[in-house]
Design a protein around this ligand. Structure first.
Ligand code: CDP
Length: 218
């Protein structure tokens, strides 16, 4: 069973994707971490994010350490958003994501273009969103919780800029796939959002005749 979860920054898609993976017993890939890992490598080299060539070099022999505290930092997120617009960078990261999606038994992937480009044949697709203000509040809490500096107005502005860049790029822009189900988490806490996501995926799978009520593939 293959589940695609897409959406803008701090919409809750990562939390939801991890919870879906737990619930259905599937492996999970946070594809944003790949773009962040490229960005972090470039940043540590002192490379230039406005150079597609340098960004592409940073994709070579890419290791992703999900526990690196700087991976989730705002400067790295900004660079990730910039370098993810380069076609060559997206192409360099494509096989890794497609292979993960194609593994036996299925997977959950979250990102911006999972339902549209990486796994257009996914069994269930969710597009998770929330208002920019709610997302900015969440991101501030997340950053402060990790002891990182965060200022609401700056974070809100940054999210809006990032939304625009992610949705406006020519290559694999952030957009809801026509067959994705929309989940707005603006008024939902974590538990409610996860419960709604599980219900939506189960409904979708049941409608397609792919799963029974006990979540077993048929
Ligand atoms: O959680 P947040 O949205 O801040 O970041 P993320 O999901 O870790 O992604 C970081 C950046 O990578 C995003 O701003 C996107 O520009 C880019 N990205 C992408 O282009 N395609 C993906 N499948 C995942 C992330």
């Amino acid at each position: 069973m293959l589940i695609a979860v897409d959406g803008p920054a701090a919409s809750g898609k990562g939390t939801i994707a991890r919870a879906l993976a737990d619930h259905f017993g599937l492996p999970h890939m946070d594809t944003g971490a790949l773009y962040r890992a490229v960005a972090l490598k470039l940043w540590r080299w002192g490379g230039d994010p406005s150079s597609e060539f340098e960004a592409l070099r940073a994709c070579e022999d890419l290791g992703v350490n999900p526990d690196d505290p700087e991976l989730r930092s705002e400067p790295v997120g900004k660079i990730a958003s910039a370098i993810s617009a380069y076609p060559s960078v997206r192409a360099a990261l494509l096989d890794r994501q497609r292979e993960f999606a194609a593994q036996y038994g299925g997977a959950v992937l979250d990102g911006r273009d999972i339902g549209t480009v990486i796994a257009p044949d996914a069994d269930a697709k969710l597009y998770v969103t929330a208002s920019p203000e709610v997302r900015a509040q969440r991101r501030v809490r997340e950053l402060m919780g990790r002891g990182l500096p965060a200022h609401y107005a700056d974070v809100l502005l940054d999210l809006k800029v990032r939304d625009e860049r992610d949705s406006g790029r020519d290559n694999a822009p952030l957009k809801q796939a026509p067959d994705a189900v929309l989940l707005d988490t603006s008024d939902l806490d974590r538990e409610a959002a996860v419960a709604a996501a599980i219900r939506l995926v189960e409904d979708r799978l049941r409608a397609a005749g792919k799963v029974d009520a006990a979540n077993r593939e048929t």
